[in-house]
Write a protein that binds this ligand. Structure first.
Ligand code: KG4
Ligand code: ZN
Length: 325
């Protein structure tokens, strides 16, 4: 079995995954959302202190598996440096005390492998839209090592733009679910926001301009929160589907997936589903509980890393807050 640890942002999570059949045997996550909500975003030092309390408590609950562990996996990149350190220190301590090897895992790769948790049907190659708090990337994934970045964001990410809109509207953190709920009650055509990068052929994403359009709308009509959320979500999603169509007009794929925290957004899922039907692709999404950060996806990814023997020694496991693909 592999014990996996996730602490890249504001979720403390540990999982146990069986190597022979990739089955998830134990999974617990303690989210800090309420603690950060009053600040309108994640406060890194507070997050680190809360991980230092939560992770040992979760570890206590899975002690029965220690005797069967073959490796300890941990998110070492990308993320907040002060919170990554918490997980990595715990992983090093377990590696020494249980005499098992360490597996450093890329968090973004973890999100991709969330599609495979207890789901033997999923297979590569796949076109993957990664929409998390820190990233918006379109990836062509062939296997663990071969990941081609087709498009990335020039500034804010999709999820981050929801957080920023929520903050401007006084909704608290995280913004995604609240903005999505508010949008359900609003009229998506009420505000005529423009789709970012519409006239450039560049394959890229950008959300800072849309965020500014929303800021001005809030100044003009502070009471129209639901309509603002609906119009924002409509255009934010249209931006994604517009760029996706550009890719799909030139290349064909059998499998399409959305991963990352924002892949929980039902409106986004619906629009991507329509696109998949037009371009004859099967749509893959992770179970809702595995969309946002969790250790189960790190554990599932670690099974591949274990098979490929991607072990790191105590001294060369580095924390890389900004790595991407
Ligand atoms: O993957 P994740 O849990 O953490 C990172 O790796 O960043 O993603 C968190 C992001 C946040 O920006 C959050 O607002 C967004 O995912 N999110 C959503 C929804 N649920 C979470 N965005 C839009 N709609 C949602 N329903
Ligand atoms: Zn994440």
């Amino acid at each position: 079995m592999i014990l996996s640890i996730e602490s890249s942002c504001d979720d403390s999570s540990i999982a146990i995954t069986r190597i022979s059949d990739s089955k998830l045997l134990f999974h617990k996550k303690i989210s800090q959302e309420i603690d950060h909500s009053k600040y309108g975003g994640v406060v890194p030092e507070l997050a680190a202190r809360l991980h230092a309390i939560a992770l040992p408590n979760i570890l206590e609950e899975c002690k029965e598996y220690f005797k069967d562990l073959k490796a300890v996996a941990v998110t070492n990149e990308p993320g907040l440096s002060v919170t990554l350190v918490e997980g990595v220190c715990m992983a090093k301590a377990l590696s020494i005390s249980l005499d098992i090897p360490l597996l450093p895992i890329n968090h973004l790769k973890g999100h991709i492998y969330s599609l495979f948790i207890d789901n033997p049907e999923t297979t590569f190659p796949m076109l993957v839209l990664l929409v998390s708090g820190g990233h918006t990337q379109l990836l062509h994934v062939e296997d663990y090592d071969n990941i081609e970045v087709l498009a990335t964001t020039l500034d804010d990410s999709f999820g981050e733009s929801f957080d920023k809109v929520a903050k401007m509207l006084g909704f608290g953190y995280p913004g995604g679910p609240v903005v999505e709920q508010s949008a359900l009650k609003g009229d998506e055509r009420k505000f005529d926001f423009t789709v970012p990068l519409l006239r450039t052929p560049k394959l890229a994403f950008s959300y800072s301009g849309l965020k500014n359009q929303v800021r001005l709308a809030i100044q003009d009509a502070p009471k129209s929160k639901d309509d603002i959320c609906a119009s924002f979500q409509f255009i934010a999603t249209k931006h994604l589907t517009h760029k996706l169509k550009k890719v799909l007009q030139n290349r064909s794929f059998e499998n399409f997936a959305i991963v990352g925290g924002a892949s929980a957004n039902k409106y986004l899922r619906g629009e991507i589903d329509k696109l998949c039907k037009i371009y004859n692709m099967s749509l893959h999404v992770a179970d809702m509980q595995f969309c946002s950060d969790n250790a189960a996806m790190i554990g599932r990814c670690a099974i591949e890393a274990y098979k490929l023997k991607r072990f790191a020694s105590l001294n060369d496991i580095n924390i890389n807050p900004r790595t991407s693909f």
